[in-house]
Design a protein around this ligand. Structure first.
Ligand SMILES: Cc1cc2nc3c(=O)[nH]c(=O)nc-3n(C[C@H](O)[C@H](O)[C@H](O)COP(=O)(O)OP(=O)(O)OC[C@H]3O[C@@H](n4cnc5c(N)ncnc54)[C@H](O)[C@@H]3O)c2cc1C
Length: 491
């Protein structure tokens, strides 16, 4: 047996980590299981990173309620967890009279949901705020924000761990059986027993639910592709620029999102796919993104695209349906809480989802607050964000700060080592990338990847064949070249 708990959460995405952190405030023995080798390895790492306000979801829906609550909870949480964010605001633009009517509709929905500060502004006013954008008018939502979703997920997980939650990575749930006192959960790393299960397995939540015989759910994977523009372009927009949403369920249309680091995201597209693991980018969708971006910002310099990536939505809405279905958060079986179809705005809603799940658990057990719960988690200030004087003193104290591993993002060897020393023991290229930004810059790993490989070999004694990009399915090396074989080297 690997472990015994009162609550076992399946899936360490932003939702599972937020739930684990919420439960950590109370005297509840909590275990969090993740099939991949790091937290936030699912859709929580690759999305728009937008703090939504609640314009798009019908009043009374869980999406509307939890999005509004989650956004209001976010600033305090981000401060406690030291996660950077910016309320840069959002403009949804109308180019025709018909679209202006749609804007009025969005404003009414938003106000119904309690979103504050919504105004419709003229094209002239928009031009003053966004000189590169032309439109007839725009709906301005000043409280919408941006943040790095991967840093948020990691921070939630670290804070949960520091407050007593046991987190097991590389632990895939295989079967679940009801036993006398709760559930027996068989995983790739042994058997766990628990009283309550929270299924927050994202794109696989329907399959986890089916493990206990609840096979009534079907998720429809829907891929969204993105392009990333170089930081050079950061002055092109000051806020998020969205079109009026197309009449497709749960899709907001190709939009432009500035990131905190100065890039601009173009996307996402929307395409129902058969395979959940299919994270390709395609010529056809990239073309669609380019057209979408040009229609919002005609002067957009597409030669500054540095990377393309995709993420897969876990939609509970079948492709043929026009209206987007709501989140499903319910106790489907005694002590078995299912979270199904947690698509956008799941990131924004995650703190409120966690509170809701806690309330469901509180009704079943006598829980007491932990007086020693520490809500604070600090990240080390990135070297690149430190002053020159501070940088000099850091290098004096530890020469590893003076060794640049990622030239584009100015990430030092010390920061790479700190990232690799993460508490989840994730020693992959992605673990470094999502903690430090090494590999997210203009050359996208061309310079730093071999250096990180060297660090893994030298500092951790890893062999080439043990080095992976993301998880055990993504080895970085697949064999030995002829030249190296002749020299007797391993790759
Ligand atoms: C293109 C796109 C853009 C988006 N933009 C936004 C946005 O701007 N704002 C916003 O609020 N929301 C956005 N979202 C939605 C948001 O990303 C998701 O709602 C949120 O990340 C879902 O988190 P999760 O924890 O439920 O899922 P995940 O992050 O996928 O986590 C589920 C975890 O469960 C693990 N798991 C699965 N099966 C098992 C198993 N058998 N055993 C153990 N572990 C398992 C997975 O490995 C995974 O890590 C976007 C989504 C997409 C796809």
């Amino acid at each position: 047996m690997r472990g015994k708990s009162e609550v076992l959460v399946i899936g360490a995405g932003v939702v599972g980590c937020a739930i684990a952190r919420e439960l950590a405030k109370f005297k509840i023995e909590t275990v969090l299981l993740e099939k991949e080798n790091d937290v936030g390895s699912g859709v929580s790492k690759g999305n728009s990173g937008v703090l939504h306000t609640g314009l798009y979801y019908p009043k009374g829906s869980l999406k509307a309620k939890l999005c509004v609550e989650g956004r209001l909870m976010f600033p305090k949480l981000a401060k406690q967890l030291d996660v950077p964010y910016k309320l840069c605001g959002k403009h949804v633009i109308a180019r025709t009279d018909e679209e202006l009517e749609d804007l009025k509709g969005l404003k009414a929905v938003g106000e119904d949901n309690g979103v504050q500060g919504l105004t419709i502004i003229s094209g002239k006013e928009l031009k003053k705020r966004e000189p590169n954008v032309d439109a007839l008018s725009a709906l301005h939502s000043p409280v919408a924000g941006i943040f790095p979703p991967y840093l948020f997920t990691i921070a939630l997980a670290e804070n949960a761990l520091n407050n007593g939650v046991k987190i097991y990575a590389n632990t895939k749930v295989l079967t679940i059986k009801e036993v006398n006192s709760g559930y027996k959960v068989a995983t790739t790393q042994g058997v766990f027993y628990t009283e309550v299960i929270v299924n927050s397995a994202g794109l696989y939540a329907d399959r986890v639910s089916a493990m206990i015989g609840l096979d009534k759910y079907k998720l429809y994977p829907c891929r969204g592709e993105y392009l990333i523009l170089d930081k050079k372009c950061h002055e092109l927009i000051n806020s998020m620029i969205y079109p009026v949403p197309p009449k497709v369920a749960g899709v907001l249309g190709v939009h432009l999102t500035p990131t905190l680091d100065g890039n601009i995201l173009i996307g996402p597209s929307a395409e129902f796919i058969n395979e959940r693991v299919d994270s390709r980018t395609t010529k056809e969708k990239i073309q669609q993104l380019i057209e979408g971006a040009k229609s919002l910002l005609p002067s957009i310099p597409l030669n500054e695209v540095i990377y393309a990536f995709s993420a897969v939505r876990s939609k509970i809405t079948p492709p043929e349906e026009k209206e987007s279905r709501d989140f499903i958060i319910r106790e489907d079986l005694d002590n078995f809480i299912n979270l199904i179809g947690i698509e956008s705005p799941g990131l924004t809603s995650s703190p409120a989802i966690a509170k809701m799940v806690f309330q469901m658990i509180r009704r079943k057990m006598d829980v007491k607050e932990k007086i020693d719960f520490n809500p604070i988690r600090r990240r080390t200030t990135p070297f690149s964000e430190s002053s020159r004087i501070k940088q000099a003193s850091l290098i004096k104290g530890d020469p590893a700060y003076g060794e640049m591993v990622c030239r584009c993002e100015h990430v030092s060897k010390r920061e790479v080592l700190d990232a690799l020393n993460n508490p989840f023991l994730a020693r992959t290229i992605s673990a470094v990338k999502y903690r430090t930004r090494a590999g997210m810059g203009r050359c996208h790993g061309g310079f730093c990847l071999p250096k990180i490989v060297e660090i893994l070999k030298e500092e951790y004694g890893m062999l080439s064949e043990e080095i992976h990009l993301k998880n055990l399915d993504s080895p970085l090396f697949i064999g030995t070249t002829k030249g190296l074989r002749e020299k007797g080297k391993s790759e």
